[in-house]
Design a protein around this ligand. Structure first.
Ligand SMILES: Nc1ncnc2c1ncn2[C@@H]1O[C@H](COP(=O)(O)OP(=O)(O)OP(=O)(O)O)[C@@H](O)[C@H]1O
Ligand SMILES: [Mg+2]
Length: 380
């Protein structure tokens, strides 16, 4: 069983990681007496003072193993599809349920993203980052095996919920934001050198059964500037609608580019609107442009709230959340807050939102007072 057979020495980022870090784990899996794979513990990439967290190492799978796990990539097991390829639910021979992403066979870009994804997730381990269980590089096949996230992506829950789907409550939205912020804090502040995620969006925030959120898709991630450098220059990549304006215009990538994208996700959580929604009428298709008049006037904050919340949120918390969002969306990157400050602010909001004292909801202001059970109902 080979390890990192997918890594081509041509790839710049690959060599950079080896030099900068020196903690690339060597062996991935062992086999137990029954012949089943067991993942070894590997060192993570974090802690400037040499401290490191541990996570299980990624295994190399054969294509046959993954075909068996998905019952030959049966349509019934298809759980999603993105630019990289199709995603299937599967069960490994160990019984572990996983999500298996199969790379489309078109283009070098996907192949490079595959390499970066394996490298990054082999080094980065945090409860708010999705775990890479393994990968497959049989012949020209490229597959990634992740922990299975039962509630799918934030996007699946936030926009156009089906009539039988319960809309995300205010508390759940804040909980998801806190988890995503902590994942980003790990990348920006604990990984050394820092990692710029570059693809923060609601489709890449995955949810477990309790709505704990985890960041996924590190194929576009970049090592952040080191030494006196203020930015890294790159080809502009990412997703339209989430991209920081200065990055889109100049290709200058900084940690603050991620903060802007985080602001867009916060705005999506508050409004229930997509960053870009071509199904809306002109003037409402770009969320940032549409939201400007509301973000600039505190008296209009309330109009930003997702109608599906039905007023069930503490007004003070909504105001705080919008204030944080507006800071993240500042045109000038230097005016945007650091992710560690955002984590503190959102954590505070999470405690406020769930404390009984703060349960004055927007509904309370309505002349038609809500029955108490309705007001208590705004929890998760
Ligand atoms: N680990 C996982 N567990 C459960 N579902 C997953 C997992 N990874 C992906 N999915 C599902 O597959 C869908 C597609 O994910 P994928 O990352 O391939 O594309 P995307 O992020 O939506 O778009 P793109 O890759 O083009 O930016 C997700 O929206 C999610 O519903
Ligand atoms: Mg994704």
């Amino acid at each position: 069983m080979s390890c990192f057979s997918c890594i081509s020495s041509r790839h710049k980022d690959a060599s950079r990681i080896e030099i900068d870090n020196g903690t690339r784990s060597s062996s991935r899996c062992t086999t137990d007496s029954s012949g089943r794979r067991k993942r070894r513990e590997s060192k993570s990439w974090g802690g400037s003072g040499g401290s490191s967290t541990k996570g299980a190492a990624a295994c190399s799978f054969t294509f046959r193993e993954l075909a068996t796990a998905t019952k030959n990539f049966k349509e019934m097991n298809l759980i999603g599809e993105g630019g990289f390829g199709k995603v299937y639910k599967g069960r490994l021979e160990t019984g572990e349920v996983v999500a298996i992403k199969q790379l489309n066979h078109d283009g070098l870009q996907g192949f490079q993203e595959f390499i970066v994804e394996v490298l990054m997730l082999s080094l980065l381990h945090h409860p708010n980052l999705v775990t890479l269980i393994g990968y497959c590089t049989d012949g020209d096949q490229r597959l990634l095996v992740y922990e299975y996230m039962p509630k799918g992506s934030l996007e699946d829950h936030l926009f156009d919920p089906a009539p039988d789907q319960v809309p995300l409550s205010w508390n759940t939205r804040i909980k998801i934001a806190v988890g995503a912020a902590k994942g980003l804090e790990y990348l920006h502040c604990k990984a050394n050198p820092p990692v710029i995620y570059r693809d923060l969006k609601s489709a890449n925030i995955l949810l477990d059964d309790d709505f704990n959120s985890k960041l996924s898709d590190f194929g576009l991630a970049k090592l952040g500037p080191v030494g006196d450098n203020t930015h890294v220059s790159t080809r502009v990549m990412g997703t339209y609608g989430y991209c920081a304006p200065e990055y889109a215009m100049s290709g200058k990538l900084t940690l603050k580019s991620d903060i802007y994208s985080f602001g867009v996700v916060l705005l999506e959580l508050i409004t229930g609107r997509k960053a870009i929604d071509t199904a809306r009428r002109p003037g409402e298709q770009n969320l940032i442009a549409w939201s400007q008049p509301f973000l600039k006037d505190r008296r209009k904050f309330i109009q930003l709230a997702d109608p599906l919340l039905q007023g069930r949120f503490p007004v003070r918390c909504l105001h705080h959340a919008i204030a944080i969002t507006a800071m993240c969306l500042q045109e000038q990157p230097t005016f945007r807050p650091l992710i560690s400050d955002i984590v503190v602010a959102l954590d505070y909001l999470a405690t406020q939102s769930s404390s009984p004292k703060s349960q004055r909801t927007h509904d309370d202001r309505s002349p038609l007072h809500q029955p108490p059970d309705r007001i208590l109902d705004y929890g998760m």
